[in-house]
Design a protein around this ligand. Structure first.
Ligand code: HEC
Length: 413
């Protein structure tokens, strides 16, 4: 019999049927068909939302069933309109590590919608999946932590950018085979970026010890070189066996923290984050970080979809591209990056039809992409400047813009 019909008729028929039919039966069969929080929704949330929406995370915790139920309609709306989970590089362009965690399937969206429509039933707590354990590359060979805890002071946008000098006290060059952000207080950490300062003097002019932190208003400073980056839920970056990124003796690194005012009382929280590195003294293949991008753009005031393109002839010889960290700032809306081969074919490197400044991840490819001398790389950045009465140009501040693909590659054999 159709369970829906039973349910509709039940209130009317129940008194009549009580004698010959157990009254709970129609409801029990309905519960088995219902989408419940514990059995059906929680595994989806664990897979695609938990990297931010947990008790320890930057966004409201869906581990708390009461919060999840209260947010059911909002979950349905934000998964339907594509703003949650935040946009990430499209794996159909090029498959990369952990891409399945950055997207929600249409089937899972439909499940969340059905659950919200049914009034967000919790179901049986015994059906809850076991929480996934985060990956680590520990034990580390080098662990670098900011030398003092810091309490952020958020600006009107809810942001605070703070940098910490981290000294790699190595007396000879090392090759880094893996990077793992050691985020001390994930409730307020929106982003971590590690730069090589190239021995420039560090500080914000206030005379403080740069190891204990100094103001740095956006994405690095002129002359700093991007090394690696982390966003909530980002897994450690680990290169394939025999590969490593070279850091010279005595490298002065900069840990840039982007703190975010994620809840009432966030301004009372402290953080003391850092990075764990696995290193080796020699490698078969040195990994290079090649910053590909353009400084040459002016985004006109009020323009809702301004595009800047860059075509850059590849004169470096053969390389295998291992992965890319795409980077724009808050007005970014789309990003694409490809190899334009000499024979007029193309290989997609990164395609993002949407952009969220708060979700920047390193896409490390399952298979490297070969680029050869005579090819070109081609990049297109799009920005939405529609609500801004001012032109925007390149710069390190968050209200300036950037258009970069930080490209990890090894020399081709
Ligand atoms: C990369 C981090 C991240 C991931 C992954 C993520 N979210 Fe979010 N989410 C946030 C942040 C930060 C906010 C608060 C800012 C905002 O509303 O955009 C938020 C807000 C929300 C809100 C609104 C909450 C409120 O109180 O207004 C909902 C609903 C939501 N997310 C649902 C989801 C769902 C469902 C998923 C998984 C399918 C998901 N999010 C994945 C970071 C994330």
């Amino acid at each position: 019999m159709n369970p829906l019909k039973i349910h509709l008729l039940a209130p009317v028929l129940a008194p009549l049927l009580l004698g010959n039919l157990p009254a709970c039966k129609p409801d029990a069969s309905k519960a088995a068909d219902d989408v419940t929080y514990y059995r059906d929704v929680r595994p989806i949330l664990d897979r695609t939302c938990a990297r931010c929406h947990t008790d320890a995370g930057i966004a409201p915790s869906f581990d708390d069933p009461a919060v999840a139920v209260a947010q059911a309609a909002a979950m349905q709306a934000r998964t339907a309109n594509g703003t949650m989970p935040p946009p990430a590089p499209d794996p159909d362009c090029r498959e990369y590590a952990d891409s399945d965690r950055y997207f929600i399937s249409d089937a899972d969206k439909a499940k969340i919608a059905a659950w919200a429509d049914a009034g967000a039933p919790l179901g049986d707590a015994a059906d809850a999946p076991t929480a996934p354990t985060p990956r680590t590359i520990a034990p580390f060979d080098i662990e670098l932590i900011a030398s003092a805890p810091f309490t952020p002071t958020f600006d009107a946008n809810g942001d605070d950018y703070r940098c910490f000098e981290l000294d790699l006290e190595n007396t000879s060059a090392v090759y880094v085979t893996g990077f793992e952000a050691l985020v001390n207080n994930p409730k307020i950490v929106h982003h971590v970026v590690l730069f090589d300062s190239h021995d420039q003097s560090l500080g914000d002019g206030t005379g403080g010890d740069p190891h204990e932190g100094f103001d740095c208003g956006g994405f690095g400073e002129d002359g700093w070189e991007f090394v690696t980056g982390w966003a909530p839920g980002g897994e450690p970056v680990a290169f394939a066996d025999g590969m490593g990124l070279k850091l010279n003796a005595g490298t002065k690194l900069v840990l840039q923290m982007h703190y975010f005012n994620s809840f009432d009382g966030a301004n009372l929280e402290q953080d003391q984050s850092g990075y764990g590195l696995t290193t080796t003294e020699s490698v078969d293949e040195r990994v290079y970080m090649l910053p590909v991008g353009t400084y040459d753009f002016t985004i006109p005031a009020g323009d809702a979809d301004y595009e800047s393109t860059l075509v850059f002839p590849w004169t470096y010889g053969d390389y295998d591209i291992l992965g890319v960290f795409p980077h724009m700032h808050t007005r970014g809306s789309r990003f694409s990056y490809e190899i334009a081969h000499a024979d007029a074919s193309t290989s997609c490197l990164v395609q993002m039809n949407d952009w969220d400044f708060h979700n920047q991840i390193t896409a490390l490819y399952d298979e490297p992409a070969r680029i050869t001398a005579g090819d070109a790389v081609s990049m297109a950045c799009h920005w939405d400047n529609s609500d801004n009465p001012n032109d925007v140009v390149w710069g390190e501040g968050t209200h300036d813009e950037m258009c970069f693909g930080f490209t990890y590659a090894i020399k081709g054999n």
